[in-house]
Write a protein that binds this ligand. Structure first.
Ligand code: AMP
Ligand code: MG
Length: 427
């Protein structure tokens, strides 16, 4: 076993030589006005480095509450990352609280003041007197440069190393990268754990458990985790750096997931996976959307470089639009209804005929929460994919009455149907 690495099942590659605690500061976090995205970000980054996050706490805008949270964090952890409360107003109290924890005074810090002044000078503005407050820091702290905002951060070493970062998320992230991440890496006696992500559509968590549950037994030292990020499911493999079986485990999971696997990277979205397949064939896509109302188009053009493979889209919501814009026959609509595979395939054919695309995807469904019938309840969505020599249709019953979820799910299902079709053809 690697020294300093926990043998515990769910924490492959986690070190116990450095334990972390996150403190979020701000009344807005306790009143439900602001989501604590800073803690979410920091927990992810610390974990990815192999640092065990023991806990997180939130303190409002009272100095004794912040002091208590920081004190408890320092007692339990080796590194504490605190965000918020560094601004110029009276409710910004983190520096005072930290000084109390370590029994030091607060005084004007020349480096910090110079930083605040320089920010104002660069912006051609005069510094307000209240901004001097941002330079009132605990005696003996290290000032951390904030290149993207006025509030400098600071760090203090006592029972624990405490980093105090601004609350504004983009400033906090920059300061994590500049100051905290390098410090953490220096302390660690091991490489970060190895991780591999698989992004899956078309299999639920229980199916994935059945399919992959034996992986940790077969590949010693490799751990398996699942996460649902509607509508996809994610599978993660994690291992300590020296685990030889990791690469084999990755290949095995990839093989077992087969066509249900659409990406192996956090930053590769479903539309990018579709794009790759279309570009490889030198072909383009058009869309005929009804209930998704442009959502599929949005997913497509979110991808940089989409002009290479995305031609156009129609939002044909009414029957009249389906007829006039895409040439769907009145008889088809009367005989089968707007939500039918017959209508969907007619929409897709019309889109191919009227565009420069070889492929079209069409979606027509009942997004709800009203408008369902016994025959076609809310969540009934019909899809069609039309391409060179290909015409496929399918109907899904999406088990939700939420309009938002039905639309989102449909958009992904439509792109996934095309992806599977393209995979079947090969490039
Ligand atoms: P502060 O540094 O406390 O002045 O915070 C500045 C702003 O950053 C606040 O008004 C919030 O909008 C935002 N903020 C503070 N803490 C957090 C947090 N934990 N997560 C997300 N946003 C935050
Ligand atoms: Mg605040």
């Amino acid at each position: 076993m690697v020294a300093g690495v926990s043998p515990a099942g769910r924490f492959a590659g986690m070190t116990d030589s450095l334990r972390a605690w996150i403190v979020s500061q701000g009344e807005e976090l306790l009143t439900g006005q602001t989501l604590d995205s800073n803690a979410h970000f920091l927990a992810g980054r610390l974990t990815a480095l192999g640092v065990r996050v023991l806990g997180a706490s939130t303190a409002g805008d009272r100095v004794d509450a912040i002091e208590e949270a920081l004190r408890a964090a320092c007692e339990r952890a080796d590194v504490v990352v605190c965000t918020g409360g560094l601004g110029p107003t009276a409710d910004d109290l983190t520096a005072d609280a930290l000084a109390r924890v370590f029994g030091v005074e607060v005084e004007e810090n020349a480096d910090a003041l110079a930083q605040v002044l320089a920010r104002y000078e660069a912006a051609g503005r005069r510094m307000a007197e209240s901004n001097r407050r941002q330079a009132q820091l605990p005696v003996g702290c290290d000032v951390l440069l904030n290149p993207v905002g006025t509030a400098p951060g600071f760090a203090f070493t006592g029972d624990a190393r405490v980093f105090c970062l601004p609350g504004v998320p983009h400033e906090m992230r920059r300061m994590w990268a500049d100051h905290v991440d390098p410090w953490v890496r220096e302390q660690l006696d091991h490489e970060p754990p190895r991780r591999h992500l698989f992004r899956v559509l078309g299999k639920g968590e229980s199916q994935l458990q059945d399919l992959l549950g034996d992986v940790p037994e077969r590949f010693a030292g490799v751990e398996l985790g699942f996460r649902t990020k509607m509508p996809e499911n994610q599978v993660k493999l994690v291992a300590a750096p020296g685990v030889d079986a990791f690469a084999d485990a990755v290949s095995e999971v990839r093989r077992r997931l087969g066509k249900d696997l659409f990406a192996e990277d956090e930053s590769v979205e479903l539309a990018a996976a579709v794009a790759q397949l279309l570009v490889a064939r030198g072909e383009r896509l058009a869309l005929a959307e009804s209930c998704t109302g442009g959502l599929v188009g949005h997913l497509c053009v979110t991808e940089a470089g989409s002009s290479a493979w995305f031609d156009r889209g129609w939002i044909t919501y009414s029957n009249r639009a389906k007829r006039s814009d895409l040439g769907v026959a009145k008889d088809t609509l009367v005989a089968h209804g707007a939500v039918s595979e017959e209508t969907a395939v007619a929409m897709a054919r019309g889109a191919v005929e009227r565009s420069d695309a070889q492929w079209a995807v069409a979606i027509s469904g009942v997004a709800g929460p009203t408008g369902g019938t016994p025959d076609k309840p809310v969540g009934t969505v019909c899809f069609a994919v039309v391409g060179p020599g290909v015409e496929r249709t399918r109907t899904l019953r999406i088990p939700s009455r939420s309009r938002d979820l039905v639309r989102r799910f449909s958009a992904y299902a439509a792109l996934d149907m095309l992806r599977r079709q393209l995979l079947r053809l090969g490039s």
